[in-house]
Design a protein around this ligand. Structure first.
Ligand code: FAD
Length: 478
C-alpha cells in the first residue's frame, strides 16, 4: 500500500479466525493487512493447539498400538521403541510447514502481513508495534477486525503458577513440549484439552490422574456420551478424581505437588507428580489491544462484545473467534472470519451456530453437533432418540475397533417432525463421520432423509444411517 493510502480492512491476529478473514478479504478484492505478534501465522491452533496436539495424539496412538500389539489380528511386535525427540521433531515440522503455507497464501491473495503487535489508537487507526522493535507504524483503515484469540485460564480460587520452562507446572503449551516422558502426570480439568493431552502421555507410559471439580467429564457434551467416554478412558488406564477443588499446584524442588479439597466436604488431599497440567479452559486475550482507547466494550472475562453481525459498539470495529462469545474452536473462528469478510465486501456472510461440530481426538474419538438431550429437556422440546452401537457394525467388528455408538436426537411431532436436532458419536473415526451430520443439519434433513440414503457397505457410516433409522423406526442390524 502506498504511504497515506487507507486499507479496507486491518485484521489484528493471524490465527484461524484472523488469517482466513484476511485471505477471504483479499480474494474479494479488498486492500487488507494482517498484524500478528507471534512471529508465525496460524495462531494458537496451528502453533500450540489443534495441530501439534493432533500430531502428538497420532504418534502416541501408533506407538501404543505397536507396543500393545494388534492382538485380535494376531499381530505383535517386539522391541517397540519410542524416540521422543523424533516424535517432537515431526510435530514441529508439521507446524512450521503449515504456518509457512499460510504466508504463501497471504502473498497469493495480496494480504500485507505485519509481524508486530496491533494497538487500536482511534477508530480507523491501528498502531503496529514491530516485533523487532523500533517506532510504531500507523495503518489507517476503513474497518478493523479483532481476532486476538485466547490464552489458558487460571484455576479459579487456587494458586497454580504455570512455568512452562521449568516443565513441572505447565499449561497446554508446556505439555506439548515436554522433553521426557513423565512417570506421573496430574491433569487439572476433565475438558477436551486435558483429556487429549492426558491421553498422549498415558499412551507413552505415563500414569495419568485427572482431577475435576464437577462430578462429570467434558461439560457441554451429552451426558450419556460423557459417561460412556469416561468408562472408555478408565478402561484405557486413565484415573479420575471427581469432585475436587484444587487449592494449589506448586513446584517443590522439581516435583509437582497438588493440594485439593473434596467439594462435598472432607479432609484435604495431596497428590504428587512429575508434571501438573493446568487445563481449565481458556479466556479471551485483549491485552495491549487498545480496546480502552476507543471504548470497545469488553464483557465477562475480557470477552469482546459483539452483535449478530460481529460489530462491536464502535462503528468500523468488528471481532470474531475465541475473543468473542461461543465455542472456542478453530473452525468456528474461521467461519466467522469468512462471514465478516463477506459482509464487509457487501455480500451476505452468515454462520449457522446450530451446526458447529465439536470433536475430541482421543481413541475412540467423540464428536457431536447440535443439541444434547439435556439441552432439549431444558428447552422443553419433544424429541425422540435413536442409537446404534458399533458392536453391531460389520466394519467396526472386522477392524476389532467397535467401542462406541451413534446417537441421534430428532424432533418428535409438530411441523418439523423427524428433523435432526443433535448427533453424538463415539467411534474411532467420529471426527470424520460427524461431517455427514453437520451437512444433514445444515440442509434441515430429517432422520428419514438419512435413513433412506444409501451408505456403502461395509463402512462405519452404516452405523450412522442405522442410528437415524432407529430414531424414526427400526434399524436392520440391531
Ligand atoms: P488464536 O488462534 O488464539 O489466534 C489469535 C492470534 O492473535 C494469536 O496468534 C496471537 O498471537 C495474536 N494476537 C493477539 N493479540 C494481538 C495483537 N494485539 N496484535 C497482533 N497479534 C495479536 N480447536 C479446534 O477446533 N480443534 C482442535 O482440535 C483444537 N485443539 C486445541 C488444542 C489445544 C492444546 C488448544 C490450546 C486449543 C485447541 N483448539 C482446538 C482451540 C483453537 O486453537 C482455538 O479455538 C483457535 O485457535 C481460535 O482461533 P482465533 O483466531 O480466534 O485465536
Amino acid at each position: 500500500l502506498a504511504t497515506g493510502e487507507t486499507y479496507d480492512m486491518v485484521v489484528i491476529g493471524g490465527g484461524p479466525g484472523g488469517y482466513p478473514t484476511a485471505i477471504k478479504a483479499g480474494q474479494l478484492g479488498m486492500k487488507v493487512a494482517c498484524i500478528e505478534m507471534r512471529g508465525r501465522l496460524g495462531g494458537t491452533c496451528l502453533n500450540v493447539g489443534c495441530i501439534p496436539s493432533k500430531a502428538l495424539l497420532h504418534s502416541s496412538h501408533l506407538y501404543e498400538e505397536a507396543a500393545k500389539g494388534w492382538g485380535p489380528h494376531g499381530i505383535s511386535a517386539d522391541n517397540v521403541k519410542m524416540d521422543l525427540d523424533k516424535l517432537m521433531k515431526h510435530k514441529a515440522k508439521t507446524v512450521t510447514g503449515l504456518t509457512g503455507g499460510i504466508e504463501g497464501l497471504f502473498k497469493k491473495y495480496k494480504v500485507d502481513y505485519f509481524k508486530g503487535k496491533g494497538e487500536i489508537t482511534a477508530p480507523g487507526s491501528v498502531a503496529m508495534h514491530p516485533m523487532e522493535g523500533g517506532p510504531a507504524q500507523t495503518l489507517s483503515t476503513k474497518n478493523i477486525v479483532i481476532a486476538t484469540g485466547s490464552v489458558p485460564a487460571g484455576v479459579p480460587g487456587a494458586t497454580v503458577t504455570v512455568d512452562n520452562d521449568a516443565k513441572v507446572i505447565v499449561d497446554s503449551t508446556g505439555c506439548l513440549d515436554l522433553e521426557k516422558i513423565p512417570e506421573k502426570l496430574i491433569v487439572i480439568g476433565a475438558g477436551v484439552i486435558g483429556l487429549e493431552m492426558g491421553s498422549v502421555w498415558r499412551r507413552l507410559g505415563t500414569e495419568v490422574t485427572v482431577v475435576e471439580y464437577l462430578d462429570r467429564i467434558t461439560p457441554g457434551i451429552d451426558d450419556e456420551i460423557a459417561k460412556k467416554f469416561k468408562q472408555i478412558l478408565e478402561k484405557q488406564g486413565m484415573k479420575f478424581k471427581m469432585g475436587y477443588a484444587v487449592k494449589s499446584a506448586t513446584n517443590e524442588g522439581g516435583k509437582g505437588k497438588l493440594v485439593m479439597d473434596p467439594v462435598g466436604g472432607g479432609a484435604t488431599e495431596t497428590l504428587e507428580a512429575d508434571v501438573i497440567l493446568s487445563a481449565t479452559g481458556r479466556v479471551p486475550y485483549t491485552e495491549g489491544l487498545g480496546a480502552e482507547n476507543v471504548g470497545v466494550k469488553l464483557g465477562a472475562r475480557g470477552m469482546v462484545e459483539i452483535d449478530d453481525h460481529f460489530a462491536t459498539n464502535v462503528p468500523g470495529i468488528y471481532a470474531i473467534g475465541d475473543a468473542v462469545r461461543g465455542a472456542m474452536l478453530a473452525h468456528k473462528a474461521e467461519e466467522e472470519g469468512i462471514a465478516i469478510a463477506e459482509q464487509l465486501a457487501g455480500l451476505g456472510g452468515h454462520v449457522n451456530y446450530d451446526a458447529i461440530p465439536g470433536v475430541i481426538y482421543t481413541h475412540p474419538e467423540v464428536a457431536s453437533v447440535g443439541k444434547t438431550e439435556e439441552q432439549l429437556k431444558g428447552e422443553g422440546v419433544a424429541y425422540k432418540v435413536g442409537t446404534f452401537p458399533f458392536m453391531a457394525n460389520s466394519r467396526a467388528r472386522a477392524m476389532a475397533d467397535a467401542d462406541g455408538l451413534v446417537k441421534f436426537l430428532i424432533q418428535d411431532g409438530g411441523a418439523h417432525d423427524g428433523m435432526v436436532l443433535g448427533i453424538h458419536i463415539i467411534a474411532s473415526n467420529a471426527g470424520e463421520m460427524i461431517a455427514e451430520g453437520v451437512l444433514a443439519m445444515e440442509y434441515g434433513a430429517s432422520a428419514e432423509d438419512i435413513g433412506r440414503t444409501c451408505h456403502a457397505h461395509p463402512t462405519m457410516s452404516e452405523a450412522f444411517k442405522e442410528a437415524a433409522m432407529s430414531a424414526y423406526g427400526k434399524p436392520i442390524h440391531f
